[in-house]
Design a protein around this ligand. Structure first.
Ligand code: PEP
Length: 254
């Protein structure tokens, strides 16, 4: 089974529209016409439209960092899946640990968002990962299995296939402390096994599982060489075009 590698940049709450256009344009120049790696940019909501204009007619795809689960209505301050589609998004990051921790997003809530995203034709990038305390208590497998099962509850195999998972150990996000390739591979193989239980073997083999957590040009290649690591969700390093392009280069399957 060959899964197209993917590298997604999570810009978080960074970049006003001007710098966002500059960064997207630099990434676009570097990516050129390459399609061996799927590149996704996830700017903040306010920069989605301008970045969409920059990456139009390029292989780069657009993603958002969050959305509401309802289609429309009285949800002040929220953004729906249809609104994301309207400005050109094809992807949406859901269940990021910064949202789980800072905005009390539970697995059940993430599941509602995943279902709404799929229904609207968006590809969810569903984040899972254990905290340092959970890892040290030997709970990594229990926590990650629970997050995968609950976040993807009730999805049909066809919907699972349209979903991307990002394993992001919380202790590695923005800390400069990366999981070793072996640590990441071990958990990502477990995630693929859980996906097989939720769907079937062929479905599990088709789903892309990214690694995220302090991926840099220096460590990307060794991580992406692992059999169950299909690319990366990149935070800090995605804000620098040269670093992000190097990471994209490291994701291609030689
Ligand atoms: C992230 O926030 O998804 C992330 C992986 O961040 P960083 O690369 O900065 O650790």
């Amino acid at each position: 089974m060959t899964r197209q590698p993917m590298v997604a940049g999570n810009w978080k709450m960074n970049k006003l529209t001007g710098p966002a256009v500059e960064l997207a344009a630099a990434v676009k120049r570097g990516v050129g016409t390459r399609t061996d790696v799927q590149v996704v940019l996830c700017p903040p909501f306010t920069a989605l439209k301008v970045v969409a204009e920059v990456v139009a007619r390029s292989p780069i795809r657009l993603g958002a960092q969050n959305m509401h689960w309802e289609a429309e209505g009285a949800f002040t301050g929220e953004i729906s899946a249809a609104m994301l589609r309207d400005v050109g998004c094809e992807f949406v990051i859901l269940g990021h640990s910064e949202r789980r921790a800072g905005f009390q997003e539970s697995d059940a809530l993430v599941n509602r968002k995943v279902c709404a995203a799929l229904q609207a034709g968006l590809t969810p990038i569903v984040c899972v990962g254990e905290t340092l305390a959970e890892r040290e208590a030997g709970q990594t497998w229990t926590v990650v299995t629970r997050q995968v099962r609950a976040s993807l509850a009730e999805l049909k195999p066809e919907q699972l296939r349209r979903t991307v998972i990002a394993y992001e150990p919380v202790w590695a996000i923005g800390t400069g402390r990366t999981a070793t390739p072996a640590q990441a591979q071990e958990v990502q193989a477990l995630i693929r096994a859980v996906l097989g239980e939720l769907g079937d073997g062929a479905t599990a083999q088709a789903i892309r599982i990214l690694y995220g957590g302090s991926v840099k040009p220096a460590n990307a290649r060794d991580l992406f060489r692992q059999p169950d690591i299909d690319g990366g969700l990149i935070g800090g390093a995605s804000l620098d075009a040269a670093a992000f392009l190097e990471i994209i280069g490291a994701a291609c399957r030689e």
